[in-house]
Design a protein around this ligand. Sequence first.
Ligand code: BGC
Length: 293
Amino acid sequence: MGGRAVRLTTMTHIKARIEVYPRTDDVKRFKVPDEKVPWNVKYQEYEPPDYTAPSVLSKPPWADPDVRTTNDTSIKWNDYDKAANVNRRSHIGEYKIVDKTPRNPIGRTGLRGRGLLGRWGPNHAADPIVTRWKRQNKTNEVVKDKDGQPVLQFIAVQRRDNKEWALPGGMVDPGESVTVTIRREFSEEALNKLEASSTEKKKIETAVNALFSKGDEIYRGYVDDPRNTDNSWMETIAMNFHDDHGKSVANFKLHAGDDAVGVQWMDISKTLKLYASHESFIKETAQKHAASW
Ligand code: BGC
């Protein structure tokens, strides 16, 4: 297993500072230059706008109350919150509470509030990285790049919100274990997008369940996600499930349905452009298998 711990001292965020906040036209972040990201660097003019999306303010079950205006002290920061069944611990250690709200452990993002995220503090996700070797159709031989390195492929899905390609991951539901999230999201995000008969899908699911019984942790920590704010941020656990001999999941042809939102086996290389921090998880996976990058 042995996941890689994040070195906070060297980590920064870039996507979490993009000017226009996702799914808005005019919510603009306060500009944060690279060197002003860390909270311990003075930034006197820093006056970030406050934004929480209407979908979050309408109090769906996945969102917290506004902890700044209620006197509700039941929320357990930095702990497993039994009342809400929510893990409020961060993978990267203890976060600070400033003015009643958690403070982004990586630094300034140019925006206060929760944006599109339901939880104050960490919002936990989980990501499956399902891989196989790329093989020649006829001979079944593993395809090599020009340096002779074998080419790895992973299952990628296209996100509905911004059409970017991503891992088929998702949010950990209250009380859910990460392994359950990973399987659930994989079938919701990847399998349901397939044009396959229900018997085909059943076969795939059986293969997936067998493959998912042993995974390798690739990453556990903060995600540089465009939805992050000064008070709410994404964290994930990414696990690799590799079909080395091409005997199970690797055999399934993936074709997306008609609508633009797709799923496919994607070649791994350094030219990939993926959602949030997913490129770095893929790079780590390629290195682990001594594959082409
Ligand atoms: C996605 C995950 C991603 C996480 C952090 C979630 O919404 O489903 O794939 O790792 O956000 O960006």
